[in-house]
Design a protein around this ligand. Structure first.
Ligand SMILES: [Zn+2]
Length: 315
C-alpha cells in the first residue's frame, strides 16, 4: 500500500538553468577554496550503468527535474506510518514515458520491517522496471545493505530525487582531491553556486564517487516510541559509521528554498562492499578524492509538503 502521488499536494517551481560551461567555470574558481586539487569540466556523460556506478540507466539527460517529497516532519517527533510513496507513480505524474530516478530518502518500512535508508536507483521504461535501489538498515550496530526486488518500488517519509530520461549527453564532471575547507563535497558545490548565483536558484542532481578515503555516514535505526524533539536527540538516535571508499552517492542539491521547505542537499551512498548510508562528510580530508557527475534540473516539484514543519533533522 502506498499513497497515490497524483492525489497529493504538488507545487512546481522553475529553476535557473545556466549553461554547463558557465557552471563549470564558477565551480573551477570557487571550489579552490574547498579543495586543493580541482578540475571541473563539461564532458559527455560516461555510461553510468558501468562499474563502479552501476546506475539503472547510463546518462543524466532528457527532461531533467528535481522532486522533494515529504520531509523530516513525517519522521520526527514521531513517525507517520502512512507516508509511503511509490516511485512507479512518477512517470505518469511527470508525463514521461520513461523515467530514470536517483536520489536519497527513507526506505519502504512495510517491506523492510524497520526504518531504513534508501538509495534510489531505478529506471522505469514504458512500465518496465529496472530496480537497482538499495536500502540500508542497522542491526546490532551493523549497517546492512540490500538491493530491493523489482516488485518493491516504494519509499517512505521523505525523498530527494533527480528525475530524467537517462539519455546520454553533456554533464558536469567534478573531480577534486584533498579537502581544505570545512564543508562536505556537496555543501562546497552548493555554497559556491549560491554565492555566485544569489537569488537565482539552481538545482543539480547526479551521482558521485568517493574514490579515496572514508566518510561519516548515518543509518536510521528503527522508529522510536518517545518523541524526538531536537537536533541533539536525533543525533543520539541515529547510528553513525565511518564507511570506506569506494562509495557511490546519489542525490540532489538546490541553492535556495523558494519557501517550499526544501531539503537543500541530500545524498545517500551505496557500495559494492556492503556499506551504505546518508553522506555527511569525509573523515580523511588529507587523502580524500571525489569524482562526481551532475546535471542541471529545469524545475523542482514539491510533493506532499508537510503542513506543520520544523528545522530538525536537515543535516
Ligand atoms: Zn538521508
Amino acid at each position: 500500500m502506498a499513497l497515490d502521488m497524483k492525489t497529493l499536494p504538488i507545487e512546481r517551481k522553475p529553476l535557473h538553468v545556466p549553461p554547463l560551461d558557465e557552471i563549470a567555470e564558477v565551480l573551477n574558481n570557487g571550489l579552490k577554496q574547498h579543495f586543493q586539487e580541482v578540475q571541473v569540466e563539461v564532458v559527455d556523460c560516461p555510461n553510468l550503468t558501468q562499474m563502479p556506478f552501476t546506475l539503472a540507466n547510463g546518462g543524466l539527460n532528457g527532461n531533467t527535474h528535481l522532486m522533494d517529497v515529504g520531509g523530516p516532519p513525517y519522521l520526527i517527533p514521531l513517525v507517520q506510518y502512512d507516508k509511503v510513496y511509490n516511485l512507479c507513480d512518477i512517470p505518469e505524474l511527470m508525463k514521461m514515458k520513461s523515467a530514470f530516478i536517483i536520489g536519497a530518502g527513507a526506505g519502504p518500512h512495510p517491506y523492510a520491517k524497520t526504518n531504513c535508508e534508501c538509495i534510489m536507483n531505478i529506471n522505469i521504461e514504458n512500465g518496465v522496471v529496472d530496480q537497482q535501489t538499495r536500502i540500508v538498515k542497522v542491526k546490532d550496530r551493523t549497517p546492512l545493505q540490500e538491493q530491493l526486488p523489482t516488485t518493491e518500488t516504494r519509499f517512505a517519509l521523505l525523498g530527494n530525487l533527480f528525475i530524467c530520461e537517462g539519455k546520454p549527453g553533456k554533464v558536469l564532471q567534478v573531480h577534486v582531491k584533498k579537502r581544505i575547507g570545512t564543508e562536505d563535497f556537496i555543501g562546497s558545490i552548493r555554497t559556491v553556486l549560491a554565492d555566485h548565483y544569489g537569488s537565482k536558484i539552481l538545482g543539480l542532481g547526479g551521482t558521485f564517487l568517493l574514490k579515496e578515503g572514508k566518510a561519516n555516514q548515518h543509518v536510521m535505526p528503527n522508529f522510536v516510541k518517545t518523541p524526538i524533539n531536537s537536533e541533539e536527540e536525533i543525533n543520539q538516535w541515529l547510528e553513525f559509521f565511518e564507511m570506506s571508499a569506494p562509495l557511490i552517492a546519489n542525490g540532489t542539491l538546490v541553492t535556495g528554498d523558494y519557501d517550499l521547505d526544501l531539503r537543500v542537499q541530500h545524498f545517500h551512498s551505496f557500495s559494492h562492499h556492503g556499506e551504505g548510508g546518508h553522506y555527511h562528510i569525509d573523515t580523511t580530508p588529507e587523502t580524500v578524492e571525489y569524482l562526481g557527475y551532475f546535471n542541471t534540473a529545469q524545475d523542482i516539484y514539491r510533493v506532499d509538503k508537510p503542513v506543520h514543519t520544523h528545522n530538525v533533522g536537515r543535516d
